[in-house]
Design a protein around this ligand. Structure first.
Ligand SMILES: *[C@@H]1O[C@H](CO)[C@@H](O)[C@H](O)[C@H]1NC(C)=O
Ligand SMILES: *[C@@H]1O[C@H](CO)[C@@H](O)[C@H](O)[C@H]1NC(C)=O
Ligand SMILES: *[C@@H]1O[C@H](CO)[C@@H](O)[C@H](O)[C@H]1NC(C)=O
Ligand SMILES: *[C@@H]1O[C@H](CO)[C@@H](O)[C@H](O)[C@H]1NC(C)=O
Ligand SMILES: *[C@@H]1O[C@H](CO)[C@@H](O)[C@H](O)[C@H]1NC(C)=O
Ligand SMILES: *[C@@H]1O[C@H](CO)[C@@H](O)[C@H](O)[C@H]1NC(C)=O
Ligand SMILES: *[C@@H]1O[C@H](CO)[C@@H](O)[C@H](O)[C@H]1NC(C)=O
Length: 340
């Protein structure tokens, strides 16, 4: 049936066209729907009044479910359903009136917005690439199943608690649809272990549920592989004799997978568990490597040791008045010892 926006009696004469009733609630069409807009979740009950202000010869509701036959002696009539399940229901209230002896009909259409939160919201890495390599580009996908109306949907992407991007949809389909959203990422080492998730939000305006329905996916944990980097290493370090390079704990190599770490001293490998001797002062290079690359750091290590008197006669004959510093005694140490 071609809906006539407002029941209008068109008297078609040569030049005469009388419209008793135009859109909505102007004089003549005395119907008032309350509330004018309803937002209902699919499966929920709905109840709306249509009130008539003035004399009428019958009012009723037409809809593909829950129609109410015309009644004459009432001032309002209620359209209600225990469960809204039909998508294309188009409820409208109609009234029959007389203007003098001229009958006319008019109707008011209920603005009914039906929604359905998604059955599921899930994130995945396209091609199951949730093991990633630093600096390369990957696609994450969020799938939202059976959502309506999709024009009111916003899919938001989060990394941890930070909003990364969002997608909305132009599609005017009223019935449930499946949609997806893609996020392109180029992870860095800092993203190793990051959790990505997406949230499907249905923003249904002031008549809609508050807060707006929002469904979050399980997080997607990503693993990022990256080449080693060395941090916390000084350029010059003093160590006491007898300790090992393993004590340089602040000098660390980080990478994923965990790098192999090797120390070199003058071209040859030097075990980090070898106690240092006073002869080991010099340049050392730390090289860390994994499948994605290597990093190195060179530092000067100075080995400290306590003084040792290396040379001093047990007895000596001296002339009277000769100064003590003509005695040839030597002491060695690092730092250089004070001799008194
Ligand atoms: C009834 O009809 C007359 C013209 O015939 C018009 O002027 C008047 O506004 C109408 N009244 C209503 C309530 O529609
Ligand atoms: C319809 O109107 C009646 C009478 O005023 C009232 O009791 C009822 O709550 C109303 N229903 C709705 C859905 O507004
Ligand atoms: C959405 O996807 C699910 C699972 O693949 C399927 O069962 C359902 O019919 C789809 N819905 C629509 C509206 O295409
Ligand atoms: C963010 O969303 C916009 C619009 O949906 C899209 O064009 C853009 O490519 C997205 N950016 C990323 C990084 O995915
Ligand atoms: C969302 O729903 C409301 C009705 O509840 C509507 O007015 C609005 O235009 C819709 N679309 C968008 C993009 O918000
Ligand atoms: C993702 O990481 C969190 C915390 O790091 C952990 O609790 C959760 O089990 C992980 N999920 C998966 C699927 O590995
Ligand atoms: C140390 O790293 C530099 C660049 O960072 C590189 O040029 C050099 O070849 C590396 N040395 C070793 C021994 O790997």
């Amino acid at each position: 049936m071609e809906p006539r926006n407002c029941g209008c009696l068109l008297v078609v004469g040569l030049l005469l066209e009388l419209t008793f009733c135009a859109n909505g609630n102007l004089d003549g069409c005395l119907l008032l729907i309350q509330p004018t807009t309803v937002v209902v979740r699919r499966g929920d009950p709905v109840s709306v009044n249509c009130t008539v202000s003035g004399d009428h010869v019958g009012i009723g509701w037409e809809a593909s479910e829950g129609s109410v036959d015309m009644v004459t002696d009432v001032q309002f009539i209620t359209w209600s359903l225990d469960k809204l399940t039909e998508w294309n229901i188009r409820p409208r209230c109609f009234g029959n009136f007389l203007n003098g002896t001229q009958p006319f009909q008019c109707e008011e259409v209920l603005r009914l917005i039906q929604y359905k939160p998604p059955d599921s919201v899930s994130t995945s890495a396209v091609n199951h690439m949730d093991l990633m390599v630093e600096g390369e580009e990957y696609q994450l996908q969020c799938e939202v199943q059976n959502i309506a109306p999709v024009q009111n949907l916003t899919v938001k992407w989060y990394k941890g608690g930070t909003l990364e991007n969002q997608t909305s949809y132009d599609d005017l389909t009223k019935t449930p649809v499946n949609v997806s959203s893609t996020l392109l990422i180029t992870p860095t080492s800092a993203d190793d272990g990051a959790q990505y998730s997406c949230v499907a939000e249905l923003e249904l305006g002031p008549e809609g549920p508050q807060p707006p329905p929002s469904i979050k996916s399980d997080p997607l944990n990503i693993t990022v592989h990256y080449k080693p980097r060395i941090t916390g290493c000084l350029d010059h370090v003093e160590l006491r004799e007898g300790v090992t390079l393993d004590t340089l704990v602040s000098c660390r190599a980080k990478g994923n997978p965990s790098p192999m770490v090797t120390w070199y001293s003058v071209q040859s490998e030097f075990s980090s568990s070898t106690p240092l001797t006073r002869k080991d002062s010099g340049q050392y290079t730390l090289i860390a490597g994994n499948a994605h690359g290597t990093a190195n750091h060179t530092l000067e290590i100075e080995v400290l040791y306590k003084p040792l008197i290396t040379e001093c006669p047990n007895s000596m004959e001296m002339r009277e008045g000769a100064p003590l510093d003509t005695v040839t005694c030597r002491a060695e140490g690092n730092p250089s010892p004070m001799v008194t």
